[in-house]
Design a protein around this ligand. Structure first.
Ligand SMILES: [Zn+2]
Ligand SMILES: [Zn+2]
Ligand SMILES: [Zn+2]
Length: 235
């Protein structure tokens, strides 16, 4: 296969119960056929993540949101190859060169999920009052302009289609929403799919793989909730 490219981008697994929105880099590395799609092959981003219940060392793949280190993983891994998780060849959703929105440069901002599943962003620039109107598959929020909202190492919050859909579904179902931070790395936790409809206390971190952070009460967690508290007209 050709050498993977590293480009500014947002990617997301097509099936996952957790996600990784609060990223420490604006770039992704993989194989892309176009500027956006549902068929990118993205390289694994594996990091040590404690142990399995049987005591075996475990890694977490931040790209594909799954653990590595089972017997099958070990059997398939030759020490000469880079380690890769069982989802390494699964197609992923992606947008290259995404819109990076800095909320501090705009006012009267609204952000909604449209009927076609696109994010509808409207805002007026503080500098001259021009109207910004965009319909986007995914969007990055510049976090450097939002001190105190997320840990310092987070550069942007990626609003992906599954995250926007999960928030919309949880709001519609009246699920108790909040944002739980990982007890180990401090990154905000995202519940997706059925986890976004079934409030729970024990959360597994999409950034570092720590799987024993507990919220005080049973909640559905999403970092978008924290944005919504600052910007009530979003979602
Ligand atoms: Zn992976
Ligand atoms: Zn959770
Ligand atoms: Zn963590």
């Amino acid at each position: 296969m050709a050498t993977p490219l590293t480009l500014p981008g947002i990617c997301w697994p097509l099936q996952a119960s957790t996600g990784h929105l609060a990223v420490t880099t604006s770039h992704i590395t993989g194989h892309f056929r176009a500027g956006a799609g549902l068929d990118a092959i993205i390289v694994c981003d594996l990091l040590p993540a404690g142990k399995f219940r049987n005591g075996a060392a475990r890694h977490w793949c931040r790209t594909h949101q799954c653990y590595w280190g089972t017997q099958a993983d070990l059997a398939g891994w030759q020490a000469t190859q880079p380690m890769r998780c069982r989802q390494h060849a699964s197609p992923m959703g992606y947008v290259l060169y995404p819109e990076l929105f800095d909320p501090m440069q705009f006012h009267a901002t609204t952000l909604r999920l449209g009927p076609e599943g696109l994010l509808q962003l409207r805002a007026r620039s503080d500098d001259g009052g021009t109207l910004l109107a965009r319909e986007l598959v995914a969007l990055a929020i510049d976090c450097r302009a939002l001190p105190g909202l997320f840990p310092h190492d987070i550069v942007q919050l990626n609003i992906t289609p599954p995250a926007a859909l999960a928030l919309a579904a949880a709001l519609q179902a009246g699920a108790p929403l909040a944002c739980s931070d990982c007890a180990r790395c401090g990154h905000p936790h995202l519940d997706l799919g059925s986890f976004a409809l079934a409030p729970h206390r024990r959360h597994s971190c999409g950034h570092c793989g720590h799987d024993a952070s507990h919220s005080a009460t049973a909640i559905v967690s999403t970092p978008l909730w924290r944005l919504r508290q600052r910007y009530p007209q979003w979602f």
